[in-house]
Design a protein around this ligand. Structure first.
Ligand code: CTP
Length: 421
């Protein structure tokens, strides 16, 4: 399968901020999505992080200076962009599909707004004909200053995409707005610019996290699901143009801005929330880990610690996917997950059939790098029409993208006049 950013060139500007230590994550994610990333650093940025880090991750030389006697100069540019043959003899500024500046200091923002070109990065940014995205990072007082506020507004008016800084502890020790946005958020914003929304006009409902079944007013049966996989699917679906509803049990995660968020407690509540959305949805991704059993009776008061053995009678909860299977309309897609600790593929195929799914994503949480709480997953995706693909250890965000791409294929949404888009 073609990677999402195959054939795309991204110029990534790094300026002198302590937040530059987060930029390698952006480079490695863009690279693993297939992009050719060319990193351009200011001299000050090299004080915070070594160009070698970016050279290693991007596979391209890092451009620092205008002048050939420095480490890398203009003369080396062609070599730097030679990762894509199409780019030979073409200036970097014209060749890029997107320019990102992350972190963007008050200084580079001021230069961009004011038209100053006094080093390689500021010169190149002025010559850019492609979309430009900046992720500011600075002290809260600088960010709130009239100069920076006006400069950011000017850039927005000119069409520069600004990934807003986050709030939290700053390098100065103060707490406030000004932290570099989460690197994954920056990559998602970059994807939204570069990848046409292949889920535009689709309504995607995603479930995430555990459900909790009360035993008494202070106890419940739960499971260690963190919701990371479902939140990643919601975030990626949103970036790909979908309208997204995220139905989640208790997690420590912040819902992505732009999704409609529905918080639920029990499996019954999750089922009700899914059924409410069912008539309007195009795709349901059941990434949640709903409890399969609940106490038959919930004690009205806290159960006191008296007997050595406490028996609690458990009864089956509703199976959300099975309920959906019997009610869904033609053309509505359903993706389920199968958590299996043995005979993964036969068990997953059985779930695909029994629950009338279009795709099933199977993973074994006993394998290192897969399952609950990790940032990565290892999975096999099985489709109704014979598709079967193993996805090696990958981030949950990347797996989310693969799942959505396969769902689009399986449901035939990418086809125009019978042709695959
Ligand atoms: N699921 C559901 N309703 C439940 C439990 C699970 O819809 N009450 C969904 C999950 O969100 C997941 C899929 O069913 O997409 C498979 O979950 P899994 O725990 O692997 O399978 P179960 O159906 O619970 O079967 P078993 O535990 O017997 O493997």
């Amino acid at each position: 399968m073609d990677k999402l950013l195959a054939g795309k060139t991204v110029v990534l500007g790094v300026t002198g901020s302590i937040a530059a230590f987060k930029t390698p994550h952006i480079v490695s994610r863009l690279t693993s999505l297939g992009a050719n990333v060319i990193v351009v650093m200011t001299e000050n940025a090299t004080r915070f992080i070594a160009p070698l880090t970016f050279e290693t991750l991007s596979g391209n030389e890092v451009v620092v200076s205008m002048w050939p006697d420095s480490k890398v100069g203009v003369a080396d540019l062609e070599e730097a962009v030679s990762g894509t043959e199409r780019l030979m003899h073409v200036r970097l500024g014209e060749a890029a599909d997107l320019a990102i500046v992350a972190p963007a200091t008050a200084n580079i923002i001021g230069k961009m707004a004011g038209g100053i070109a006094d080093d390689f990065l500021s010169t190149e940014l002025m010559a850019m004909t492609c979309p430009v995205l900046i992720a500011p990072a600075m002290n809260v007082n600088m960010l709130d200053s009239d100069a920076v506020s006006e400069n950011i507004s000017t850039l927005k008016e000119r069409g520069v995409v600004v990934v807003e800084p986050a709030t939290g502890r700053l390098a100065s020790g103060a707490v406030g707005r000004g932290r570099l946005a989460d690197p994954d958020t920056i990559v998602d914003a970059a994807l939204a610019v570069m990848v046409p929304g292949d889920l535009a006009g689709k309504r995607v409902v995603v479930t995430a996290g555990p459900t909790e079944e009360p035993i008494d007013p202070v106890r419940h049966i739960g499971n260690p699901s963190t919701g990371k996989m479902g939140f990643a699917v919601a975030e990626r679906a949103l970036s790909r143009g979908a309208q997204v509803v995220l139905i989640s049990g208790r997690t420590a995660l912040e819902p992505p801005a732009g999704v409609r968020f529905v918080r639920v407690g029990t499996t019954r509540e999750m089922l009700d929330a899914v059924l409410t959305e069912l008539p309007e949805l195009n795709l349901l991704v059941m990434a949640a880990a709903p409890a399969d059993y609940r106490p038959e009776e919930v004690a009205e008061h806290k159960i006191k610690k008296r007997a050595d053995i406490l028996n609690i009678q458990l009864v089956r909860t509703e199976d959300i996917l099975s309920e959906v299977a019997s009610k869904k309309q033609l053309g509505q897609g359903v993706v389920g997950f199968a958590v299996e600790t043995r005979d993964e593929l036969p068990n997953a195929r059985k779930k695909l059939e029994e629950k009338n799914l279009d795709l099933v994503v199977v993973n074994n949480p006993m394998i290192e790098g897969a399952g609950f709480g990790t940032d990565t997953n290892i999975a096999t995706i099985i489709g109704r029409t014979g598709l079967e693909e193993s996805v090696g250890k990958t981030s949950k965000h990347e797996l989310a993208d693969v799942i959505l791409t396969f769902a689009i294929r399986e449901l035939g949404w990418g086809k125009i006049d019978g042709q695959q888009r």
